[in-house]
Design a protein around this ligand. Structure first.
Ligand SMILES: *Cc1c(COP(=O)(O)O)cnc(C)c1O
Length: 391
């Protein structure tokens, strides 16, 4: 009997990371915007059809830049899901704007585009959809609503690098998009991110915000004769060391996605009999979306069954995890006047969701062990979806 612990995630090393870092060191440039930072940005621009990519130290930094580029003022509202990572909301809140939380679609767990129009008022400035698990939001209706009301769309594509909606890369669809290369994502460099700029009018200010509020970029291009302080900003440039690591990963992104797809399909195939028996629900990916297989989650019929399964797996050395605690119900969310019960789908889903281990080097033996443990636990519990409700 194998008792080895199966972690939730294991950072994957594609191969050339240390070689590229050595090259950066030998090149004599390890601060920002050297050879590898440029190579990463160019690769993302070309492969994903993005007008301009600026590499950043994190997706959080990219979201903070996006809040400034949307020109948010105190009291302005931004429509977003509550079922997301805290950075989506904190990037807006830190400059005094207000996250306006909207419920999610129970099938995709993404911002429910049908609920957006009713959340728009005279203070609304932007819509920030989040592509959960690397599965695309319904971008066409979101863009149509945004255009009708003159709102900026910022895609939080932290989990959506190398995912597509109707053939368009996530991050390339809104005026802005944000990527994460955090260790827990599909393509990694420890901590890292990118800002995707699809509205050419935003490029110049984005470069200034990223470079401490200076026009240094214009100076380096010879467009101005001295460089000086021209706007707010921060230090949003990543180190060449991180970019060198990341470039090795991005070169392998198709290969990494293919492996994650195999792992995903294995789970899907082996667990579908349990879905047929009403014991769980598998992830749903709409036909118009090509995912990157970032997360494999299960929805259980009840919160009790979810907690039992989580405990059972952990007792057996399988480090499955739950996911977002809804933001509207958090201590900060409550200061905006939200109360439990305001977003029923978000609250229900967050209590019934569990994420299974999924990482590049996961063996078939480990996956088989996870499947067997899920199966024995759920068959033992025998808690089923009410078929009438589940239909
Ligand atoms: C991971 C994640 C972030 C934050 O990314 P960092 O690079 O760690 O700042 C933001 N939004 C979502 C949806 C995420 O999954």
């Amino acid at each position: 009997m194998t008792d080895q612990v199966i972690p939730y995630n294991k950072p994957f090393i594609a191969g050339k990371e240390l070689f590229y870092i050595a090259q950066a060191v030998i090149n004599g440039n390890i601060a920002g915007d050297g050879h590898f930072t440029r190579k990463c940005a160019e690769l993302l621009q070309t492969r994903f059809g993005i007008h301009k990519v600026l590499m950043t130290p994190s997706c959080t930094a990219s979201l903070e830049m996006a809040a400034l580029l949307c020109d948010l003022k105190p009291g302005d509202e931004v429509i977003m899901p509550s079922f997301t990572f805290v950075s989506t909301a904190s990037a807006v809140a830190r400059i005094g704007a207000i996250p306006r939380f909207v419920d999610i679609n129970p099938e995709t767990l993404n911002l429910d585009e049908r609920l957006i129009p009713a959340a728009i008022n005279e203070r609304t400035r932007a819509i920030w959809p989040v592509h959960y698990a690397g599965v695309s939001c319904e971008m066409d209706p979101i863009l149509a609503t945004a255009n009708r009301h003159g709102l900026a769309v910022v895609e939080d594509a932290a989990q959506g690098v190398n995912s597509f909606y109707k053939g368009r890369a996530l991050g390339s669809i809104g005026a802005l998009g944000t990527y994460s290369f955090h260790e827990t994502k599909n393509f990694i460099c420890g901590e890292g991110g990118a800002l995707c700029i699809n509205d050419p009018k935003m490029v110049e200010r984005a470069e200034i915000l990223r470079d401490k509020g200076t026009n240094r970029k214009q100076f380096l291009r010879g467009q101005v004769d001295k460089y000086t302080w021209v706007d707010v900003g921060s230090s949003y440039v990543p180190s060449e060391i991180c970019s060198a690591f990341l470039y090795a990963q991005l070169e392998m992104s198709e290969h990494i996605t293919q492996r994650r797809r195999e792992l995903h399909e294995y789970y899907e195939e082996r667990l579908s009999p349990l879905m047929a028996d009403g014991l769980l629900r598998l992830p749903i990916c709409p036909r118009n979306c090509t995912p990157n297989y970032h997360i494999f989650y299960l929805l259980l019929p009840t919160e009790g069954a979810r907690n039992e399964l989580l405990d059972n797996l952990r007792r057996n050395g399988i480090m499955a995890v739950f996911h977002y605690i809804p933001l509207h119900d958090s201590p900060v969310g409550q200061t905006y006047g939200y109360r439990p019960g305001d977003l029923p789908v978000t609250e229900d889903i967050s209590r019934r969701l569990i994420r299974l281990p999924l990482y590049y080097t996961m063996t078939e033996e480990s996956q088989a062990r996870v499947v067997a443990q899920v199966e024995s636990c759920l068959r033992g519990l025998g808690v089923r979806f009410n078929r009438n409700l589940a239909a």
